[in-house]
Design a binder for this molecule. Structure first.
Ligand code: NAD
Length: 547
């Protein structure tokens, strides 16, 4: 993919974060590129610079302080930033993404220092493409777009949601080696209905109520068309849109352009992978499992749909596969007699008497897995976890709501209330827990296991569509990366430190689908793994004087 060599000199070179090496410019480079005197005299190695950044980040007393420290490195030296992130992923992921990114979005107005990402507003209607032409790079391959209406489990954060596309794209680069200059974070600032933001003098967005209806849909359409025209090989990821818009846009665009929705499809991939691993641990086959979801929104329905796809691949009928998935929403169990169900819930509405509360649903349905995607903190109470443990030797408890404060239960609660038998994973990370002398390592159902690899597979093959089959093979590939040692610790996902290797394997599997389904005009490379590897960005400094 793109290789960047300096066309700039002197101060302009130092101010370009894609080219700047800071104190690592050698004496010869300083002379040749007009840098002498503009940098402290001591030339440092990349390794020394990383150590300095790490010391500084670790010295920051708060997570938000660490986030800002890292963001300032990203603003001045991207290669250094990615070296630090890649070499310390387990430590850095919770800072650059959930949970800290949620805090950063809530405080975006106060912490804003330098613009990252492209803002499009309702006032840009009619000339979106000319605004997009202001973006400094042209070979864009990966775009993450949000309208900020449902940021993590935190609700409407309006233009402050920009932290999410910025964070997700940095994970594309860190976890799957998509070049930073090929990544474009976009926020559609269509207003906000969050009163505290509307009243906040530091709010960075347009302090107007959300645009709705045809005008809103036209803005999104115009943006999508501009992407097709300017960046024909780009993959467009929709992120943290409100529930009905997320489903509507996925439905509207998925068969026509290269796009997906990570909240719906990426989440599904990572959870399905976790269920495959849990099935290895419990010995209960996926085809014999019942799943009960708390929350029937983007995440829940996306997971349900992919489970159905996985069950059908094993020969289960469509109707029977749907019947293995049960949903509770804020009005109770999703059943056929309910008249208030929106489209995406109807296919999972089974014939059953109404059930108002989760404990009763667990006792009646006896699910093997309880999956929390409700954004409702502490919804998995002690009696609910205990009921799961009564019906299952190894109850599968996935408390996926983000950030940590919204989790349906904590890791400690899941292990304590199930007498140490729960197979537990969460959306935001929890530290290992010792219960009755045994150490349990909670899994993190982090979408970052899935979307970077899928994105790399799609982008590297110039795929024209992103399909659910790609998330299915991604889930299988991720599950296959879980080792017996992981399982022995109770972990249903591989160690995060292996994420680049995992993403590469996923990208190869996804690329295989792209070629098998003829979703690209590109000829299949004879050595697909070698080709995928060759497309990955490595943040190593280059010698600018080498010929
Ligand atoms: P959403 O708004 O689309 O759906 C939320 C659902 O929860 C709705 O169906 C709503 O009816 C239901 N709900 C709300 N209150 C409830 C209650 N009291 N009882 C039962 N159901 C209730 O949101 P989403 O995109 O599906 O995300 C939901 C949560 O999942 C968020 O906290 C998000 O951070 C988390 N999530 C985690 C991951 C991950 O861990 N990998 C990925 C995506 C989403």
């Amino acid at each position: 993919m793109t290789k960047y060599t300096p066309t700039k000199r002197g101060a302009a070179l130092l101010q370009d974060p894609l080219l700047n090496k800071g104190t690592s410019f050698s004496a010869a480079e300083r002379d040749a590129l007009g840098l002498r005197g503009l940098l402290p005299p001591r030339v440092m190695t990349q390794h020394e610079q990383q150590r300095r950044v790490l010391e500084s980040v670790r010295h920051e007393p708060t997570d938000l302080g660490k986030y800002l420290d890292l963001l300032s490195v990203l603003d001045r030296n991207e290669a250094l930033y990615y070296q630090v992130i890649i070499n310390n992923l387990v430590e850095m992921m919770p800072i650059i993404y959930t949970p800290t990114v949620g805090l950063a979005c809530q405080r975006w107005g106060e912490i804003f220092r330098r613009s990252r990402g492209l803002y499009l507003t309702s006032e840009d209607r009619g000339h979106v493409i000319s605004v997009m032409r202001n973006w400094p790079y042209t070979d864009i391959r990966m775009i993450v777009v949000t309208d900020g209406e449902r940021i993590l489990g935190l609700g409407d954060l309006g233009a402050n949601g920009m932290g999410i596309p910025v964070g997700k794209l940095s994970l594309y680069t860190a976890c799957a080696g998509i070049h930073p200059a090929q990544c474009m974070p976009v926020t559609l600032d269509v207003g906000t209905n969050n009163d505290s933001l509307l009243d906040n003098p530091n709010y960075i967005g347009r302090a107007v109520p959300r645009l709705r209806g045809p005008a809103y849909a036209e803005l999104v359409d115009e943006f999508v068309s501009a992407v097709q025209e300017l960046y024909p090989h780009a993959c467009l990821q929709f992120e943290d849109f409100g529930n009905s818009n997320a489903f509507r846009f996925l439905q509207k665009y998925r068969d026509d352009i290269c796009m997906f929705n990570d909240d719906i499809q990426g989440t599904a991939g990572v959870v399905l992978a976790g269920l495959y691993s849990a099935s290895r641990m419990t010995g209960v086959k996926l085809t014999d499992m019942r799943f009960l979801f708390l929350g029937a929104g983007e995440a829940g329905i996306g997971i349900g749909d992919l489970i159905v796809e996985a069950l059908k691949a094993e020969g289960v009928s469509n109707a029977a596969a749907h019947r293995q998935c049960w949903f509770m929403d804020s009005k109770g169990l999703v059943v056929q007699d309910r008249s208030d169900l929106v489209d995406h819930k109807v296919r999972f509405a089974h014939e059953h008497l109404p059930v108002a509360d989760l404990l009763t649903a667990v006792e009646i349905l006896k699910p093997h897995a309880l999956i929390g995607v409700s954004g409702r903190a502490s919804a998995f109470s002690q009696p609910i976890v205990a009921a799961m443990a009564q019906h299952n030797a190894r109850p599968i408890i996935l408390a996926l709501s983000n950030p940590t404060s919204q989790s349906e239960c904590t890791a400690e609660e899941a292990y304590a209330w199930s007498d140490g038998r729960a197979i537990f994973a969460s959306g935001s990370p929890f530290a290992p827990v010792t219960h009755s002398g045994r150490v349990h390592v909670p899994g993190q159902g982090n979408n970052a296991y899935i979307f970077p690899g899928v994105g790399l597979g799609v982008v590297a093959t110039e795929a024209t569509r992103v399909t659910n089959e790609m998330f299915f093979v991604a889930a299988k590939t991720l599950a296959a990366c879980v080792t017996d040692e992981d399982m022995a610790l109770g972990r249903i996902y591989p160690d995060l430190s292996r994420i680049r290797e995992v993403s590469t394997s996923i990208a190869i599997a996804v690329a295989d689908v792209v070629f098998a389904r003829r979703l690209t005009k590109m000829p299949r490379p004879s050595d697909l793994p070698g080709y995928i590897n060759s497309q990955m960005y490595h943040p190593d400094y280059v010698d600018y004087l080498a010929t």
